[in-house]
Write a protein that binds this ligand. Structure first.
Ligand code: COA
Length: 327
């Protein structure tokens, strides 16, 4: 993918929101039903507990509303809604039109399915729409993987969960936050992670692990090259929250200390399309992002897909909205 051309109208994130279902399922809860242990799960994945429940539409409305409120944007001013999800509530239609209606938006609304890379795919698309004239786009990442997880299968039940997070993206004059991006896919690896219609997630965990580290690092490197930056310039990595060992190995290969990665998986598990924006929101809420910081968003997922984006935090819209910093 070539680098972003000069003079393209950019965008900044002016609000964000999150939604997690109230029901907590701990590793100790799983010990009651499958042959596993809290210590094994923590040691092999880093996950302590996860949230389970809710619908894709319901969670999206919750996180989307929070992001709109934070940005102060009138719902009627949103030009497009992009919902990244691999678990829509129905096969037909997409979940996004129901979210659009419940949030009081009057705009195009569609789902993007790139599995756990979906939020970054959607974020890049939203930037494309803003370059083509849209002024405000709501981007949501939501998954309800509990519904397609076989809770008697210890291979997958320890990993997957439900959640949602959203951002409001607003146009700026001149370049915005996005400095470089990369979207990848390799259909030959589909067999390692999939769910048939009406079926449960099937996974070759070892193979997914092996490929995940490679494709995350490859994608991140391409984005950094397009942005003209190096790993040393990156203030914070916001990785897909699949497994702490995948994050650790990827950080090692990028030559970055683990302290520079945002992790929420200990309390969320793997929430697929919601995982990167949940981690981003956590970093923003906890004051880990300052104006001028360089963020690397990077993920991988079923497909297999990979995606990454380099964002320089900051910026101001023509009507005076800032990239919010809570610090
Ligand atoms: N609880 C307890 N023991 C388990 C277990 C579980 N849930 N699952 C496997 N084991 C056992 C195995 O039987 C094996 O025992 P043995 O050594 O006596 O044969 C041992 O633990 C190691 O199993 P293995 O499959 O090699 O574990 P692993 O280190 O590869 O970890 C995953 C398994 C699934 C955690 C890991 O492969 C992984 O995270 N892969 C990536 C998956 C992923 O991220 N998917 C989503 C992508 S978006």
């Amino acid at each position: 993918m070539p680098a972003i051309p000069p003079n393209v109208r950019g965008a900044i994130i002016t609000g964000w929101g999150t939604a997690l279902p109230p029901k907590v399922v701990t590793n100790h809860d799983l010990e009651q039903t499958i042959d596993t242990s809290h210590d094994w799960i923590v040691d092999r994945t880093g996950i302590h507990e996860r949230r389970v429940g809710g619908s894709t539409v319901g969670l999206s409305v919750e996180s989307g509303r929070m992001a709109l409120e934070m940005s102060g944007v009138d719902p009627l001013a949103i030009d497009a809604l992009v919902l990244a999800t691999t678990t829509p509530d129905r096969t037909v239609p997409a979940s996004s039109p129901a979210v659009q209606t419940e949030l009081g938006l009057k705009c195009g609304a569609y789902d993007v399915n790139a599995a756990c890379s979906g939020f970054v795919y959607a974020l890049v698309q939203a930037h494309g729409m803003i370059a083509m004239g849209a002024k405000k786009v709501l981007v949501i990442g939501t998954d309800t993987l509990a519904r397609i997880t076989d809770w008697s299968d210890r291979n997958t039940a320890i990993l997957f969960a439900d959640g949602s997070a959203a951002v409001v993206l607003e146009a700026v004059e001149g370049p915005g936050q996005l400095l470089g991006w990369d979207l990848d896919a390799d259909g030959t690896a589909e067999k390692f992670l999939y769910a048939d219609v009406g079926g449960y997630i099937q996974m070759d965990g070892k193979e997914v692990f092996r490929r995940a580290v490679r494709i995350m690092v490859d994608s991140a490197t391409k984005s950094m090259n397009h942005a003209g930056v190096t790993a040393d310039d990156v203030s914070l990595v916001v990785p897909h929250q699949a497994n702490i060992r995948i994050i650790q190995a990827s950080m090692d290969r990028l030559g970055l200390p683990i302290e520079r990665a945002v992790t929420v998986l200990h309390r969320t598990g793997n929430t697929s399309s919601a995982s990167i924006p949940l981690a981003l929101a956590d970093a923003l809420d906890n004051g880990r992002v300052a104006k001028g910081d360089l963020l690397l968003l990077v993920g991988f997922g079923a497909g297999m897909t990979a995606a990454s984006a380099i964002l320089r935090w900051g910026g101001t819209t023509a009507d005076g909205a800032d990239a919010t910093v809570l610090a």
